[in-house]
Every structure is written in C-alpha cells, then in structure tokens.
Design a protein around this ligand. Structure first.
Ligand code: P1T
Length: 386
C-alpha cells in the first residue's frame, strides 16, 4: 500500500467524508432526505441535484468517501452488494464470458448463473489462484470480457494474486473486478494492484454494525464510472440517504474494528488448529495457508473470517453452530458482534451441486470485537455441548 503522511488510512477513514459541514460547522454530515430539488430554470438545478435516485447530497458524500479509501476517483453506492454486482454485470453484452473465482459468495454465482445466463452472458468457475489456469482460460473462446475475483474468498478463504490476474486480464482485454468485502480497503487496495473495479457488500465491515444493507463500487476509469452512473440511475437500485449516513458513520471506525477483529481471528484460528475435534482450519494468517507469501505481500492483516471443518460431518457442524452463545447463529459477517454459520446449509445453499459447493462440515466464523478470551471460551463450550 502506498500512503503519504497526509493520507494514512486511519486518518482518511475518519476525515474522508464531507466534514465539517462548511455551512454549519457540524462535524457529522447531514442526512438530506429530500427526494427532489428546486430548479432555478428548467434544466438548471442549483448544485447538480435534480431527483434523489439520480444523485443526492448524502449519497454523494458516501461515494466520495469510499472512492478516497480505495484510492479511486469514482465511487457509486447501491442498494445491496448484489445490486452493485448486477450493475457491474450490466457492462456486459450477450455472448460475453466471465471468469469467476471457483469459491465465491453463493448469491454472486446464483446471479451470474441463474439470471445473467438468461441474457446470454456465460460464467465459468476458474481457480484464479493458478495464473497458468487463468492465462489458458483467458485465451479459450469465446474470449473473456471480465474476471471476477473474490479474495479472500467466501467461505474457503482462498487468496488470489490481484496484481498477477489483473496483468493477464488487461493483456487479454478483459476487465478485472475485485470483490473486496472480506478484506476492506484497510487490509487491501485492489486498484493499487491493477484491478479496474472494486466492489463491496457494504452490509459487512464497512457498515460494521449489522444495521444496513448496501453495496459500493469504486473505479479510476471515467468511462466505466459513466456507464455505471447511467445504470445506477436507469435501473434505480440505490440506497436511502439514511443508509448512506449509517455507512459513513460505520466507516469512521473501520480501522480500529478491523485491527481488533483480525487479532481475535488470528488467535482463534491458531487455537482451532490445536483441537482434536477439528479436521482442518482455513485462515490466511496460518503458517500452513497455501498462499502465505502472497497474503503478506497483498494484505496488511489476514482478515477476521475463520472457517474450519469439524470432525463428525454435517450434523456435527449443525449441532456446533447451534451450541455457541456469544457467536450468534446467523448469515452475514463483518460486524462488531461475532457470527457463526454453516455455509453449505445457509449462505451457499444456492450453489449446492455446483462446482462452488462447499463441504457440509464446514463452519464459518465472523470474529467480532468482543474480548477474545470470551470468544474462545464460547467455542470451547460449544465443542463440549455439540
Ligand atoms: O448481501 P449483499 O449486501 O447483497 O452482498 C452480497 C455479497 C457480495 N459479496 C460477498 C463477498 C458477500 O459475502 C456477500 C454477502 N454475503 C453474505 C450475506 C454472507 O453471509 O456470506
């Protein structure tokens, strides 16, 4: 990551929003709920705002904030991570092909396979960790127009070389999109590594408090931004001003939340490797993670999601996930409270029987910011109870 003294991430996260308000001195941005804006003459809106779906002051402030944090020049906010994904897929035409990481959020794969396929866009699952495989897949016909990276992936925490894949994609004329939900711009900045577009389910770490569903996109390309700005308005899947405000509030504490959660996750991952009732632990910070060197090169910290396979199969996983007390059994991730889920039966149910299917005995932990000793004690109790 390249940061100057003026724009260290922690500082930027607090100050990137439009504050203090020049009109009032308020240190918190205002929520502007107005759906429409007065025009002084026909077609002459005062500050470029006409109608809130097209643009509004609160969303504009959020979009500038995320663009600054990702080191991009254009930010766009959507009603959910999948709405953001949908708008990126609108960049494609019938006959185009996407190469997608072979471990990804189930909903992203479902959108590509069950919706976009009907409009003639084909998606192939590829192990994007292997650059030779990527190179071959980019060369095969029809040529790929977009490479869709998640890194670390959901839920197996595979790590993809963003710079390597972006270089190959660019030379083949394909766009590289990075879903940066698991890492956040605090841990990893894909645009600095050559990606064309970064996407977030802002529902997760950026919001950070399990109280807003939203999606964000950032790019340095004026041409891509213009097309996305058009579909953002034309298709209309936009977040409310209140949701935008909640996200700006969440983003201000992103760095401290991530540091704390990552420290807890590292400790929990290590502890799980010592348990006889655990078959395998997935965490990019463990010495045995297959892309350990890449993790150190590409990420500031290895993240706060830990997955593991429990001995005893799918039923043992279900019993374990229902037995924790502090880890709440729920979908989603990335908030202050720790969550636990069984991907094969929950977040990734829609990819059962596909190449993206995940092991039934896999448990995913989203480590929050509680005291780590309490979290470890909770897991220890669940192993006894399950
Ligand atoms: O839920 P939504 O805001 O629409 O975002 C979809 C999405 C996109 N990308 C990644 C990497 C995600 O993890 C998600 C949503 N994931 C969950 C709800 C989950 O529990 O994994």
């Amino acid at each position: 990551m390249s940061e100057s003294a003026e724009d260290r991430f922690e500082t930027l996260a607090v100050h990137a929003g439009a504050t203090p308000d020049p009109a009032t001195g308020a240190v918190v941005p205002a929520i502007q709920p107005s759906t429409t804006f007065k025009q002084d003459a026909v077609g002459a809106p005062r500050q470029g705002f006409e109608y809130a779906r097209s643009d509004n002051p609160t969303r504009r402030a959020l979009e500038a904030t995320i663009a600054a944090l990702e080191g991009g020049s254009h930010g766009l906010a959507f009603a959910s991570g999948l709405a953001a994904t949908q708008n990126l897929l609108y960049l494609l035409d019938p006959g185009d092909r996407i190469l997608m990481t072979d471990d990804a959020y189930g909903g992203t794969w479902r959108l590509a396979q069950q919706v976009m396929a009907r409009y003639g866009v084909k998606t192939d699952a590829v192990d994007l960790r292997d650059l030779d495989v990527v190179d071959r897949a980019l060369r095969s016909r029809p040529s790929a127009r977009m490479v869709w990276i998640e890194t670390p992936t959901n839920p197996l925490l595979k790590v993809v070389d963003i710079a390597g894949v972006s270089r190959l994609a660019a030379s083949a004329g394909a766009l590289t999109v990075v879903d940066n939900t698991f890492a956040t711009p605090f841990l990893q900045r894909p645009l600095d590594l050559g990606a064309d577009v970064v996407l977030h389910s802002a529902t997760k770490y950026l919001g950070g408090h399990s109280d807003v569903v939203s999606g964000l996109v950032v790019t340095r390309s004026a041409q891509i931004a213009e097309r996305l700005r058009f579909t953002q308005n034309a298709a209309g899947a936009v977040p409310s001003p209140f949701d935008c405000w909640l996200l700006m509030r969440g983003i201000r504490t992103l760095a401290v939340r991530m540091e704390r959660a990552c420290a807890g996750a590292a400790r929990i991952a290590e502890w799980l490797t010592t348990r006889a009732d655990v078959e395998r632990v997935y965490y990019p910070g463990l010495p045995h993670h297959p892309q350990r060197d890449l993790v150190e090169r590409q990420m500031r910290l290895p993240g706060a999601i830990v997955s593991f396979q429990i001995r005893g199969g799918g039923q043992a996983a279900h019993r374990f996930a229902a037995a924790t007390r502090l880890f709440t059994l729920a979908e989603s991730l990335g908030a202050v409270e720790s969550l636990i889920e069984v991907p094969a039966a929950m977040t990734h149910l829609s990819v059962a029987d596909t190449r993206l299917a995940v092991p039934p005995d896999l448990i995913r932990l989203s480590v929050g910011i509680e005291h780590v000793d309490d979290l470890v004690a909770d897991l220890a109790h669940a192993f006894e109870a399950a």
